[in-house]
Ligand binder design. Structure first.
Ligand SMILES: CC(C)(COP(=O)(O)OP(=O)(O)OC[C@H]1O[C@@H](n2cnc3c(N)ncnc32)[C@H](O)[C@@H]1OP(=O)(O)O)[C@@H](O)C(=O)NCCC(=O)NCCS
Length: 193
């Protein structure tokens, strides 16, 4: 029960009990709102520190401004869900409706203009969970919510391209019914409705 007396809808709250490995954690998955921006950008900085550790031979150009100006602006093609623990945003998943043509999808932010037309695919672009909160089911809960959303919107499939070294993310995606296609150094994971 919330402080205003209303009941939290069951689909908004995921309680993950992992007594074996981790203490119980109450996770709330919800849509991103503009008041989350500062917390989101903090997570983006965490992600960039992690990327710099993982790829010491490259210089990572920060995407903080691009997140603020492109991915998180209202009215764009991007759809973001966040995970909250004790009212703190600790993770996110960003996806978007896709034409399935990477040269278009990566370069342009298209929006449907024809009424009743929904792009056939929904692409899971990036997920991030703050390190201290990992292995508690947060990414799985973010994916579940996003897949349900994509299904409701009328997309016919959801897909992700996952680096083969990213075992935790492969584990997350494999917990759903995705079909895996080997692209060489990545897997394309597809879930058809
Ligand atoms: C990938 C990531 C989002 C996963 O988040 P998470 O909240 O820890 O994920 P979950 O807890 O829902 O699930 C992780 C699963 O991977 C498993 N796992 C963790 N490390 C693993 C490893 N090295 N090998 C195999 N499985 C592993 C966990 O046991 C867990 O599975 P279980 O629930 O069956 O026990 C998080 O590690 C992250 O933010 N990484 C950095 C950014 C990134 O790589 N994003 C994905 C690319 S878009």
């Amino acid at each position: 029960m919330r402080s205003d007396g209303a009941r939290t809808p069951p689909e908004e709250t995921t309680e993950i009990r992992r007594q074996r490995k981790n203490p119980r954690l109450k996770i709330r998955i919800r849509e991103y709102r503009s008041s989350d921006l500062a917390q989101m950008l903090e997570l983006v900085r965490e992600l960039e520190v992690e990327l710099a550790e993982r790829f010491p031979d490259v210089q990572i150009k920060t995407s903080v401004d691009e997140y603020a100006e492109r991915f998180l602006k209202p009215g764009t093609k991007y759809k973001t869900f966040v995970a909250e623990v004790k009212r703190k945003v600790v993770g996110y998943l960003i996806g978007y409706p896709s034409l399935g043509a990477p040269e278009v999808d990566n370069m342009y932010d298209i929006l449907p203009v024809s009424p009743g037309w929904t792009p056939p695919e929904f692409y899971l672009q990036i997920t991030f969970v703050s390190r201290p909160c990992r292995n508690r089911g947060i990414s799985k809960a973010l994916h579940k919510k996003t897949i349900e959303y994509a299904h409701r919107q009328g997309h016919r499939e959801v897909y992700a391209c996952i680096a083969k070294w990213n075992l935790p993310e492969i584990c997350v995606i494999s917990s759903f019914d995705f079909v895996k296609k080997d692209l060489g150094y990545r897997y394309r994971m597809t879930l058809k409705f």
